[in-house]
Design a protein around this ligand. Structure first.
Ligand SMILES: C[S@@+](CC[C@H](N)C(=O)[O-])C[C@H]1O[C@@H](n2cnc3c(N)ncnc32)[C@H](O)[C@@H]1O
Length: 278
């Protein structure tokens, strides 16, 4: 009898469909039919960590312990957490030169401005906002930068505010590194001046956003691309309700509110789109 050794990446069509549904149900992320390589790359480390043989075994374990830790590990492994400091740069330039100055004038008395970095991953976007505001001389203002993400491991990383050399090499000007970070062995930790402006919470964008309100700026960048049309529509609808009139929504370069929401008016500035709450 010929027997073939099992490969860690082995997965039946039934289990592929099961994982598609599991990931969709728990995150809203749509995993296309032809993403076997992605599934393997993301899930084989979990197969090994759990001392299993194949992704099929991993599916059996998820089915047996449905809402357990492994099931959460799988969903978190399927999120794409790519991010960097001052990503795409133009949105930060436009915030600084055009969108923030009138609001600063308007809020001179209360000195209060709030930002929501929705899908904040490991926190670079939120810390970039904090650095930009310090550079604008607003460190003594009542600034609230809330970063949220579905992935608990990312939320914990963002809260720690410690970054590897390879991460601070991406997007962060050397002057900012020296000014806002302290070196501890192999990592760079953000200084308290930034930490006190920023907080991080776990949050699924598909859930009710009732407790968020009065956001002046919502940055929801590079996450809608993973969702289907209905999910995008309902997230944009909910986000619009969290925003102050005249507030701005910033999306990723490949994202738009077009055909999804009429709660925003699109403004094009320096080649990038900014969505003003009507
Ligand atoms: C590619 S990162 C974007 C990070 C950052 N916004 C940026 O543009 O650099 C996408 C993030 O969305 C998060 N995410 C995926 N599904 C989510 C959901 N349903 N609710 C909240 N966050 C989610 C992932 O965990 C991941 O950290």
């Amino acid at each position: 009898m010929i027997t073939t050794a099992a490969n860690a990446g082995d997965i039946t069509q039934e289990n592929y469909n099961f994982l598609q549904q599991h990931v969709y149900r728990t995150s809203g992320i749509v995993l296309d039919d032809n993403k076997h390589y992605l599934l393997e790359a993301r899930l084989i480390p979990i197969v090994r960590k759990e001392n299993l043989r194949t992704i099929n075994d991993l599916c059996a374990l998820i089915k047996a312990t449905m809402a357990g830790r492994v099931s959460q590990d799988v969903v978190e492994a399927m999120t794409t957490n790519e991010t960097l400091f001052f990503r795409d740069i133009v949105p930060f330039k436009v915030l600084r030169s055009s969108l923030l100055p009138p609001l600063i004038e308007e809020r001179k008395a209360s000195k209060k401005i709030s930002f929501w970095s929705a899908a904040s991953s490991s926190g670079q976007e939120a810390y970039s906002l904090a650095m930009m505001l310090c550079e604008m001389g607003l460190q003594d203002w009542n600034i609230d930068i809330l970063g949220t993400d579905l992935n608990e491991k990312m939320v914990e990383r963002a809260r720690r505010g410690a970054f590897a050399q390879i991460e601070v090499n991406r997007g962060l000007p050397a002057t900012h590194l020296v000014k806002y970070f302290e070196r501890h062995d192999l990592e760079w930790r953000v200084k308290p001046i930034l930490k006190r402006m920023v907080r991080f919470e776990k949050f699924d964008l598909r859930h009710s956003m009732r407790m968020m309100n009065g956001c002046d700026f919502v940055l929801c960048r590079n996450v809608l691309i993973y969702f289907d049309m209905d999910t995008k529509r309902s997230i944009l609808q909910e986000i619009s309700k969290t925003m102050s009139p005249g507030g701005y929504l910033l999306l990723g370069a490949a994202e738009t509110t077009m055909n999804l929401s009429d709660a925003f008016e699109r403004n094009a500035i320096e080649g990038a789109s900014f969505y003003r709450k009507k």
